[in-house]
Design a protein around this ligand. Structure first.
Ligand SMILES: C[S@@+](CC[C@H](N)C(=O)[O-])C[C@H]1O[C@@H](n2cnc3c(N)ncnc32)[C@H](O)[C@@H]1O
Length: 220
């Protein structure tokens, strides 16, 4: 049988550049990583632009990978001590800790974000930014992630999610969300869209999305 040397390369090989660890992890766990290369700088800048840094609290990034979006958030003006990253893959956690001294990197599952924040006595988030392959998560896990995020952000908080599926990565009707595409980045391996969501109940209560059009609450 032909041996696949790339997939069998030990992850401890530290001379490899960070992007190659990303690619190797994708080969091993394609559904978890869901991208063969890290996000590019234009995507990171677009995410940072749509992150609410002007609210009180920490900024939480879900699925840090090797740190492309993390770097964009820091360049976009988020102080390192205000940023928290949850990442499940141990190798990515190691890379994030090495790349960004002072950053809080939690090795854990984003579906448990409420518990992970409570363990660190974090009660207030300004913004939540996700590059998780959330479109492929069961609806119950999607609901759990957005509900925990909105609870910690409080009224007015936005859940920002990137995708390359050209449609809403979260089922807005099932999850009682309003959401719209805020940016589309063509300069990427695949075109990427930045989506922003809020609880539908908030929009109905005070219509405060800042001009979100009526189709923002459309099915799907
Ligand atoms: C598409 S990659 C994005 C990585 C990086 N943020 C970027 O944009 O280049 C998705 C990341 O989410 C992580 N991930 C997937 N499921 C997760 C979960 N349930 N909890 C925490 N991290 C998860 C993967 O390990 C991977 O690093």
């Amino acid at each position: 049988m032909t041996e696949n040397w790339l997939v069998n390369l030990p992850m401890e090989v530290s001379v490899l550049p960070d992007w190659s660890h990303f690619f190797l992890t994708w080969l091993r766990k394609p559904l978890d990583v869901a991208a063969l290369a890290p996000s590019g700088p234009w995507v990171a800048a677009a995410v940072a632009k749509n992150t609410q840094l002007d609210r009180d609290g920490y900024v939480l990034e879900l699925g840090g990978g090797t740190g492309s979006i993390t770097e964009g958030l820091l360049k976009g003006g988020c102080p390192v001590e205000r940023l928290i990253v949850i990442e499940r893959e141990p190798k990515f956690v190691e890379i994030l800790r090495r790349r960004f001294p002072g950053l809080t990197v939690i090795q854990g599952d984003a579906t448990e974000l409420g518990k992970l924040m409570a363990e660190r006595s974090i009660t207030k988030l300004a913004s939540v930014v996700s590059t998780l392959p959330i479109k492929w998560f069961p609806v119950a896990a999607q609901r759990s992630i957005v509900d925990q995020s909105f609870r910690l952000m409080g009224p007015g908080g936005h859940f920002v999610q990137i995708t390359n599926h050209m449609v809403s990565p979260l089922p807005r009707k099932d999850l009682d969300l309003a959401g719209e595409e805020m940016a589309r980045i063509w300069l990427s391996v695949l075109p990427v869209q930045v989506w922003s969501y809020r609880p539908l109940a908030e929009i109905q209560d005070n219509d405060a999305f800042g001009g979100m059009p009526a189709d923002a609450v459309a099915a799907g």
